[in-house]
Write a protein that binds this ligand. Structure first.
Ligand code: DOR
Ligand code: ZN
Length: 346
């Protein structure tokens, strides 16, 4: 059995870094683990244009530990008023690599998101022309739809028509959670890929609801069934180039999650690679880990693969109960428990 693996430096293709002191508190975790990360634009004031994205990028670079070469890859937050000219500007800036679709009301800071895809059709068309990928939060917000069905209904109502109308648009179905999503992605021959988070590969809704209400296991899209998780693990560990790593690490202060109305988001940046490694190891697919973590995402985005390497070794360590979060507390995934794999610092 492998007790040590060296792979090409991986990237995180879906990350929430927040801003200001909170960003300063968490960015080191991602910067230690990854070469690059796609930075989500759902700040309190969303990142809706290229100038805002570039200013945010500067703030992230300033917050990095000295000498660290982590590269933030920026995204724009689409609104009902995003225009083709906004897309042209983004496409001309090498540091902006995609645009994010938040259906209005679907998740944290999504109120300014898109209320109807028809409103941004000209922008989407320009994205297809300029080959700027669309990153999709794939859930309907219709209150008549059960929360566990929001992703599968989104496939039927939005993604299937979008594929028919704009087959050239390249998109990433972000943080997929359901068997329906895996089937949808498997059916697409080109231009569609998907990210998968560690929590959706490790946990099910039982871990959220079956032995007390676990607010630190609450994220959106919500954790699904045991069967959904099985199919996600099969997809992630299959070696299929359409699937790649995206943690969706989303820090919220402890008191914001342990609340009568708790925030959605799971923090995994402290141990992202170790968590994924555990999953690949458990199903005997360590030979597929490098493509999932370091090749497939770069290839989809048309970016060079990283040139460095990292090493993971089978050597247990205990995740802290909490991290400092700009004077607040941040409870990480698997807080206080032992992990089998460790990212080596040498
Ligand atoms: O659980 C989530 N948290 N899902 C998202 O889509 C957003 C994220 C956040 O920003 O907290
Ligand atoms: Zn996210």
């Amino acid at each position: 059995m492998n007790t040590r693996i060296e792979i090409t430096t991986p990237d995180d293709w879906h990350l929430h870094l927040r801003d200001g002191d909170r960003m300063q508190a968490v960015v080191q975790h991602s910067a230690r683990q990854f070469g690059r990360a796609i930075i989500m634009p759902n700040l309190t004031r969303p990142v809706t244009n290229t100038a805002m994205a570039m200013a945010y990028r500067d703030r992230i670079l300033e917050a990095l530990p000295p000498g660290n070469t982590f590269q933030p890859l920026m995204t724009l937050y689409l609104t009902d008023t995003t225009s083709p000219a906004d897309i042209d500007e983004a496409a001309a800036e090498e540091h902006v690599v995609a645009c994010k679709l938040y259906p209005a009301g679907a998740t944290t800071h999504s109120d300014a998101g898109v209320t109807d895809l028809r409103n941004i059709y000209p922008a989407l068309q320009r994205m297809a022309e300029t080959e700027l990928p669309l990153l999709v939060h794939g859930e309907v917000t219709d209150p008549r739809i059960d929360v566990f069905d929001r992703e599968s209904v989104f496939i039927d109502r939005v993604l299937i028509p979008l594929r028919e109308q704009l087959p050239e648009l390249r998109f990433v179905f972000e943080h997929i959670t359901s068997s329906e999503a895996v089937h949808f992605v498997n059916d697409q021959e080109q231009n569609v890929a998907a990210t998968i988070t560690p929590q959706h590969l490790l946990l099910t809704r039982n871990d959220l609801l079956a032995s007390g209400l676990r607010p630190h296991h609450y994220c959106v899209p919500i954790l699904k069934s045991i069967n959904d998780k099985k199919l996600l693990v099969e997809a992630a560990t299959s070696g299929d180039a359409r699937y790649f790593l995206g943690t969706d690490s989303a820090p919220h202060a402890r008191h914001e999650k342990e609340s009568a109305c708790g925030c959605a988001g799971i923090y995994s940046a402290h141990a992202a690679l170790e968590l994924y490694c555990e999953i690949f190891d458990a199903v005997g697919a360590m030979d597929k880990f490098e493509s999932f973590a370091a090749f497939n995402g770069a290839d989809f985005y048309g970016l060079p693969r990283n040139s460095g390497t990292i090493t993971l070794e089978k050597s247990s360590w205990t995740v802290p109960d909490e991290y400092d979060f700009a004077g607040e507390r941040l409870v990480p995934l698997r807080a206080g428990t032992e992990l089998a794999w460790r990212l080596s610092d040498d």
